[in-house]
Design a protein around this ligand. Structure first.
Ligand SMILES: [Zn+2]
Length: 296
């Protein structure tokens, strides 16, 4: 997504208002903490804000000046985006930030560091970052992006907090429809209000959907023994497939059968208790088929 304007980011009106007011009043904090589920636009808005801070036009961000364009392309020398190395932000990465931040901007007004995945700061790295938060150079802006609030309170208290909310299901559905995605409703329901997750789901959904359809047809016609090895092996090997398989089964029974929903819930519990996935799927098929028989 390009950074042409805040409006292009869907939803998050409160977050946009906070940042817009900051810009209009020229009261920019040295540190922001964007908190909310992944895929709700934190990084997009952080980049738009970085562009607005350094844009050369009157209407900021304009999207077309030299600074806006280079930020959009990811190669502005004064805007740095960092992600955890492996599972966490290491202290060396924070030291690198501290070194770079101590140098004045090359050409822009502000020098911006975006730490995407700040929930993955190790305690050591977080403590090191605190020093920078306590005495930031006047031209620097740090933007931490985190998916929950499991951050050190000492960090949280030094940042301007900007909350990102899960998007309404209809908004996600509409977004997917506009992109020609057929199963927009089902995907939106499983997306948890995250556009990022919805787009990822859209890629694996056809496979999940086809498997669930075959599975339920066989279960409903009392031929669960015909469920093919392909479905079992996908269910066994791929945790994500399992999760959305059960999620979609649940959607199919949502308004029709309480006992089917109980069986799906039981399947999840069995998986949590480390029962083998193929045994879980077999047991689910048997329960759903039994359910079907007693309903007929
Ligand atoms: Zn611009």
């Amino acid at each position: 997504m390009s950074i042409y304007s805040f409006q292009q980011l869907i939803g998050q009106e409160r977050a946009k208002t906070i940042l817009r007011h900051s810009l209009e009043r020229g009261r920019i904090s040295h540190a922001y903490l964007f908190v909310g589920p992944s895929g709700t636009g934190k990084r997009t808005l952080a980049l738009a804000f970085a562009a607005a801070l350094n844009c050369l036009a009157d209407q900021r961000p304009c999207g077309s000046c030299r600074n806006c364009r280079r930020i959009d392309e990811g190669n502005h020398p004064d805007v740095t985006v960092l992600e955890p190395e492996g599972r966490s932000f290491k202290i060396d990465q924070i030291r690198q930030v501290q070194q770079l931040i101590s140098l004045k901007p090359y050409e822009a007004r502000s020098k911006i560091f975006i730490l995407d995945g700040a929930e993955a700061l190790t305690e050591q790295a977080a403590n090191s970052l605190l020093k920078t938060l306590e005495e930031p150079p006047p031209y620097s802006v740090l933007i931490l992006l985190a998916d929950d609030s499991a951050l050190l309170p000492t960090i949280t208290s030094r940042c301007t907090l900007v909350h990102f909310q899960p998007l309404p299901q209809e908004t996600v559905e509409e977004y997917l429809r506009q992109r020609g995605i057929v199963e927009a409703a089902e995907i939106a329901a499983a997306s948890g209000g995250s556009i990022g997750k919805a787009l990822h789901l859209a890629e694996i959904w056809p496979e999940v959907s086809e498997a669930v359809q075959t599975f339920l047809e066989l279960v409903r016609s009392d031929q669960a023994w015909k469920i093919n090895a392909g479905i079992y092996s996908r269910f066994k090997e791929n945790q994500e497939f399992r999760r959305y398989f059960l999620e979609l089964c649940e959607q199919k029974y949502k308004t029709t059968s309480v006992s089917a929903l109980t069986a799906i819930h039981a399947a999840r519990e069995m998986l949590k208790a480390n029962v083998g996935p193929d045994a879980v799927l077999r047991s689910l098929a048997i329960r759903l088929a039994g359910d079907q028989r007693s309903a007929n």
